[in-house]
Design a protein around this ligand. Structure first.
Ligand code: AMP
Length: 220
């Protein structure tokens, strides 16, 4: 059984981050979300954060070289030795090429690309209600998965907020970037024979069961 190196792919707001976090906890693998890594750099006001901020605020992708360096550094950590889950990376074909080269040097490869998709109106509704905890990053949804007390995280009691780029005015740009730059990864992974498709309209638990079944299939 090769190392479980998984890519989670799909439009912003489709729910792939929720599934990636659940699977990472279940399999005891690191969950590497490039969006979270960038937000952390922004918060800490690092040089990388400063370089990425403008792109992120406009709903555009950060240039490939900045993202690739960040991820290559992260997957070199000891905790990634047994496998890892990439959430929101690669988002362009050149990012995938860089990843493939790096993994190849270690005798590793991506074993599956888990692709989540849903109709646009579902995605827009999911994004616009999405709330994130400032302290622990836990996600909730104002309509579908509200916190017990509005604005207060159920997990840690921290304050929840709406990400600036989840604002309706930014969502159109993010979806455009997705269609133009990330969409081509779908046929790319299909050709490689590693694409696993999920209808993301279902509930979180239902989709997670399907995801687990696919993982079992990989192990078989
Ligand atoms: P996310 O939380 O995955 O929606 O990412 C938030 C923002 O971070 C994106 O809109 C991009 O500006 C940036 N970002 C995250 N991952 C990548 C990536 N792989 N390539 C380029 N930009 C990225």
């Amino acid at each position: 059984m090769p190392k479980l190196i998984l890519v989670f792919l799909g439009p912003p707001g489709v729910g792939k981050g929720t599934q990636a976090a659940k699977l990472a906890a279940d399999l005891h693998l690191p969950h590497i979300s490039t969006g979270d890594l960038f937000r952390d750099h922004l918060k800490r006001k690092t040089e990388l954060g400063r370089k990425a901020e403008g792109y992120m605020n406009e709903g555009k992708l950060v240039p490939d070289d900045l993202v690739v360096d960040l991820v290559m550094d992260r997957i070199g950590s000891a905790d990634c030795a047994k496998g890892f889950i990439l959430d929101g990376f690669p988002r362009t074909v050149p990012q995938d090429t860089a990843l493939e080269k790096k993994l190849d040097l270690r005798g590793d490869k991506v074993v599956a690309a888990m692709y989540f998709d849903a109709p646009r109106e579902v995605i827009v509704e999911r994004i616009s209600g999405r709330r994130t905890c400032k302290a622990c990053g836990a996600m909730s949804h104002a309509k579908f998965a509200p916190t017990k007390q509005e604005g207060v995280c159920d997990t840690c009691g921290g304050e929840t907020y709406q990400r600036a780029d989840d604002d309706a005015s930014k969502v159109t740009e993010r979806l455009k970037e997705y269609d133009n730059k990330t969409g081509p990864l779908v046929p790319h992974y299909r050709e490689k024979g590693i694409l696993h498709e999920f209808d993301a309209r279902g509930g979180v638990d239902e989709i997670f069961e399907q995801l687990k079944a696919e993982i079992e299939g990989l192990k078989a």
